[in-house]
Design a protein around this ligand. Structure first.
Ligand code: MLT
Length: 404
């Protein structure tokens, strides 16, 4: 008889955002007519920029004609998009990347999980605590996390990120093989300085580890002194893989397009990780739709850049509204400056799920409980700046009223 992957049986409960969606649906069904404001999952509310729609519409027309129809595309992404990424997202920062070091995909979440395919099952894995749960759950599925003891995974190396350390991880005592870092951080909103990232790059180079750097929120950096890519740090091309996404910059959460950079200089045991990832993608992935890639490339046009900047400014204003409103309501608030996430301490040391329930029931606001991101997230909730502006103002008022 077939045997299932036993690691799935070790997973405690649902994936965090599925669990929240389940609870919110149950609440909505029990409270028909009650207006909920959703500031839980970081899902965009502004439509795709007009430049993207124009490019996608033109691509749809192309697909409808025999002479311009396209079937399977390159698994790694079309050259026009990879070149645009290399030029706009990297050359503009002084980083030289060849187009074949960039792999276009359907999402940073998928890639953060799929990247595990090119690493041994016995590698040790370090994650921040709190952490975006996809890194943890995918490693648990792959058998790298050990067992869940009700609180933590026995084989994962947790790097606590607390208010005392500015939500920055310290290199752990036990040296990890794979290190997940995400800056600006999901969920805490903390952003890493150049010195901080240099410390990690030096550490990874020295130990032969690989940094899996999630840069999905780079566009929200407002402080010009902060690095936007790990490759701004000397030596990073020899130790880091970077994940980026069009989801939060250009509203692609439903359209799906992202990319992963695997530099050719990154080698372990004499193997090129770029070649390995290429092998993995060409075997398991058939590329992002041409129409979507044309839409993504349009964000690098003059028009597209302006429209994306306007969308980012809209969300950044929401972040300021949340940050200031909650601070005024006497909550301790972090993030929301170089990040679309606001990380707030629960009042009166309430547990994060209790405060989540209170906000849902009393304020009609959906948040994300900090404990869902790991043990060190207990005592916090996360709110996103991706909501509608008016609804965000209302949500903050409702939260303030509910804790008065
Ligand atoms: C989040 O809310 O943490 C993100 O939207 C989840 C994701 O990007 O998959």
């Amino acid at each position: 008889m077939v045997k299932i992957n036993p690691n799935f049986q070790k997973l405690p409960g649902n994936y965090l955002f599925s669990e929240i969606a389940r609870r919110v649906s149950a609440h909505a069904a029990a409270n028909p007519g009650k207006k909920l404001i959703r500031l839980g999952i970081g899902d965009c509310t502004l439509p795709l920029p007009p430049a993207v729609i124009k490019a996608m519409s033109a691509a749809v027309e192309e697909m409808g004609k025999k002479e311009s129809f396209r079937g399977y595309g390159p698994e790694q992404g079309y050259e026009f998009l990879r070149e645009a990424i290399a030029e706009n997202d990297y050359a503009a920062l002084g980083i030289k990347l060849a187009a074949d070091e960039i792999f276009v995909s359907d999402g940073a979440k998928s890639d953060c999980g799929n990247i595990g395919d090119i690493f041994d099952k016995d590698n040790s894995v370090a994650v921040c605590d709190p952490v975006y749960p996809a890194y943890v759950d995918t490693n648990a599925m792959a058998g790298r996390a050990g067992d869940h003891d009700g609180d933590r995974w026995t084989n994962l190396i947790y790097m606590p990120c607390t208010a005392e350390t500015g939500f920055m991880p310290e290199p752990p005592k036990r040296t990890p093989d794979m290190i997940y870092l995400c800056f600006p951080n999901n969920p805490t909103g903390a952003a890493a300085t150049r010195d901080r990232l240099s410390l990690w790059v030096d550490y990874a180079v020295k130990n032969g580890s690989v940094i899996l750097f999630d840069g999905a929120y780079e566009a929200f950096i407002t402080d010009e002194t902060l690095p936007r890519s790990i490759y701004e740090i000397k030596g990073a091309e020899e130790c880091a893989i970077e994940f980026r996404s069009f989801s939060k910059t250009a509203g692609f959460t439903g359209t799906r397009c992202a990319y992963t950079v695997v530099p050719k200089a990154l080698k372990r045991q004499g193997e090129s990780l770029n070649s390995m990832w290429n092998r993995r993608q060409t075997t398991k992935f058939n590329g992002v739709p041409y129409i979507v890639q044309r839409g993504a490339a349009a964000i690098y046009s003059d028009e597209g850049k302006k429209e994306v900047a306007a969308n980012l400014a809209y969300y950044q204003k929401n972040a300021a509204v949340i940050r200031e409103g909650l601070t005024k309501a006497s909550l301790s608030v972090f993030g929301g400056v170089n990040s679309p996430y606001i990380w707030a301490q629960t009042p009166g040391k309430a547990s994060s799920w209790d405060f989540f329930d209170l906000l849902l029931n009393k304020a009609g606001v959906v948040s994300t409980p900090g404990a869902g991101f790991g043990p060190a997230g207990e005592g916090y909730i996360r709110l996103t700046a991706f909501g509608d502006a008016e609804a965000t103002i209302e949500a903050v008022e409702r939260i303030a009223d509910s804790i008065r």
